[in-house]
Design a protein around this ligand. Structure first.
Ligand code: SF4
Ligand code: SF4
Length: 616
């Protein structure tokens, strides 16, 4: 009320239409509509669920002779009560276009390999309706077809290539201009300002009463997984092994419960419980999550696959089996006490920077993450500098001399970091890191060069969460270097702590002596027996490490070299921003800055001189 016309209310995508209608009315009443909130009319509204229900009925009644499925994976993730897989078996001819052979492909007569969007021509609309053309980056690796190419073939179209099909929708001039600009000028949809009655923002408010939980019931919330989404990425080992931003679980999903509910049930992390939702029953491991509402259980979708895939099969639990068409986002159900045990691999307590044991790291979080309320900060802007221990005046070693042209450094703004772990996965892709699997992750042998530590503070009911990406600090007098018996890890003249892989004999002394616990060891040869496609995914600029060799963040040395070569070819000096490590490149919050400390005008120097800046 105090901010009429400048506030904003939103409702989560899982909320029923009635809640969205209420939020619309509230924005309207607060004068936000047309100022902070604007509306677009959907151009193609499909009622997916009702259409699917009608289709399944027709399939069961023998009214469908040929079914073409473009993408999706309904045999796996259609609402359980529809039993799509059985209905599919009743259709004489079934054709599935898909990126992967999965549960739906296995149940169809034909599987047509689909070209990836990076291999195809297409077009689409941005959030505001602006039309843009999708251009392929490479020719299809395995002769895949896009959906428009397949449909054109069925329709007897003369044009067969995706390029011709997309181009035909534009005039020659518009096509050239759109390709050149990347977007079609003037194609944004007009904004609309619906009235309070709305009409097209519908929703039956009485529906809200139906979701109020009964005394004994818990609310189960189905969520897309933070990594596998709806399961479409289950075959991607990078994502399976990426720790979830909050739970830090790898290679699994679990029933997320509040610590209060866990204590009420007498269960702890890794205990399995029997859950009953919508007439279906399933045994699931529980994992406690501060901030989870006490009467609510979150279930990530996308796991529990069974389609003969070497990575996806048998990982986690198929919670789609609990999801019915009447309750796609939330459902009421019950939960038992502990009925068994299950191993969950959460990386949060690995690589603890503390000699008192991993569990006590949480106690020291305020040393690692120096934090103050904004009001207090204005009175004490040097707050961040007061924390931590004071360095002794004398050092056993001489200060490091930077003899090269640069002094590379990284700074991460914790105020900006949202803990998404995009930096971790970008580093994984850029630097040819292996995927080691759940068993080895459980032994603390995950290979990520930049991890994102997560700390909770406050009460379990209303916690606050902090994220802290931790990578090699490229310490000036690096503790790892001092203990390496063969000088396999050394400093270069630009301040980088580098690894000489073929000199490393694998004593792991360096890892033991690293205070930040950022070194990773190749316990096995993780790169043998890889498919041709997997090999194609490797970055040719980065060595693939062998068994028995230590590895860690290089500050993307290959990108530094590339930037130097480019600058040299252009006859100029390297300038700030020329070198962008992979983690910095993908960070959606621009939290990571990298640059040259010897350049006073560099962004990284700017961040270092910020009063909020401290070294960990
Ligand atoms: Fe410092 Fe550890 Fe990096 Fe060595 S590996 S430079 S000790 S952070
Ligand atoms: Fe934080 Fe950026 Fe890394 Fe995401 S990508 S975890 S926001 S530093």
């Amino acid at each position: 009320l105090a901010h009429r016309g400048s506030g904003l209310l939103t409702a989560g995508g899982r909320q029923p239409a009635a809640v969205h209608a209420l939020v619309h009315l509230m924005n309207q009443a607060l004068g936000n509509t047309g100022k902070t909130v604007s509306y677009l009319r959907e151009t193609a509204v499909a009622d997916g669920l009702n259409d699917l229900q009608d289709l399944v009925k027709a399939m069961q009644a023998g009214q469908v002779e040929t079914l073409v499925i473009l993408g999706g994976n309904p045999a796996y993730n259609a609402p359980a009560d529809l039993d799509f897989a059985s209905a599919l078996a009743a259709v004489p001819s079934t054709i599935r276009l898909g990126l992967y052979e999965d549960e739906t492909s296995a149940a169809c007569t034909w599987h047509v390999p689909q070209a990836h969007f990076l291999e195809s021509w297409g077009d689409g609309r941005a959030w505001d309706g602006t039309v843009s053309v999708v251009q392929p980056l490479i020719a299809p690796l395995w002769s895949g077809r896009s959906a428009i190419e397949l449909m054109a073939a069925f329709a007897g179209e003369e044009r067969s290539s995706g390029y011709e099909l997309v181009k035909a929708g534009y005039g020659e001039d518009v096509w050239r201009r759109t390709l050149h600009d990347g977007v079609m000028a003037g194609s944004a949809l007009p904004l609309e300002t619906p009235g309070a009655g709305g009409g097209w923002i519908g929703g039956d408010l009485s529906a809200l009463a139906a979701v109020a939980p009964a005394d004994e019931a818990l609310e189960y919330v189905f969520t897309p997984d933070s990594k596998l989404h709806d399961g479409r990425f289950a075959g991607n080992g990078w994502l399976q092994e990426l720790p979830d931003p909050l739970t830090k679980l790898t290679w699994d999903n679990a029933a997320l419960v509040s610590p209060i509910l866990a204590s009420r049930l007498g269960v702890t992390d890794g205990d399995t419980v029997q859950v009953q939702v919508g007439g279906a029953e399933m045994e699931l491991p529980v994992y406690q999550m501060p901030g989870q509402a006490a009467d609510s259980v979150a279930l990530a979708l996308g796991y529990g696959r069974d389609f003969g895939h070497p990575v996806a099969d048998g990982v986690g639990f198929n919670t789609y089996a609990l999801r019915r068409s009447g309750a796609m986002h939330t459902a009421l159900g019950t939960i038992s006490g502990a009925v068994g045990k299950y191993t969950l691999s959460s990386t949060q307590d690995f690589h603890a920077m503390d000699d008192r044991g991993a569990k006590e790291v949480q106690d020291r979080a305020e040393e690692f993450i120096r934090e103050v309320e904004a009001d207090a900060w204005f009175h004490d802007p040097e707050h961040a500098m007061h924390g931590g221990h004071k360095l002794p005046d004398a050092d056993l070693w001489d200060p490091l001399k930077y003899d090269g042209d640069h002094a590379w450094a990284m700074s991460i703004d914790l105020n900006r970091c949202v803990g998404c772990a995009a930096c971790t996965i970008a580093c994984h892709a850029e630097n040819n890191m292996p995927v080691v699997g759940k068993d080895l992750v459980d032994r603390g042998r995950d290979m990520h060069w930049i991890r994102v530590d997560r700390y909770f503070s406050g009460s379990p009911e209303e916690p606050e969460v902090r994220f802290q990406p931790v990578t090699c600090h490229h310490c000036e007098n690096a503790p790892c270097e001092q203990v390496c018996p063969v000088a396999a890890t050394t400093h270069d003249d630009e301040g980088l702590n580098v690894m000489v892989y073929n000199r490393c004999i694998g004593t792991r002394y360096c890892s033991n002596n690293c205070p930040y616990k950022v070194r990773r060891f190749n316990f096995f040869n993780f790169h043998k027996e890889e498919s041709a496609t997997t090999k194609m995914a490797y970055n040719p600029e980065v060595t693939v490490r062998a068994r028995g060799v230590m590895e860690k963040c290089t500050f993307c040395l290959q990108r530094i070299s590339q930037a130097k070569i480019t600058a040299k070819n252009e006859g100029r000096k390297l300038k700030d921003g020329d070198v962008v490590p992979a983690c910095q490149q993908v960070c959606p919050a621009s939290a990571i800055r990298f640059g040259d400390l010897s350049d006073d005008n560099s962004l990284v120097v700017g961040q270092r001189t910020d009063l909020r800046s401290y070294t960990m």
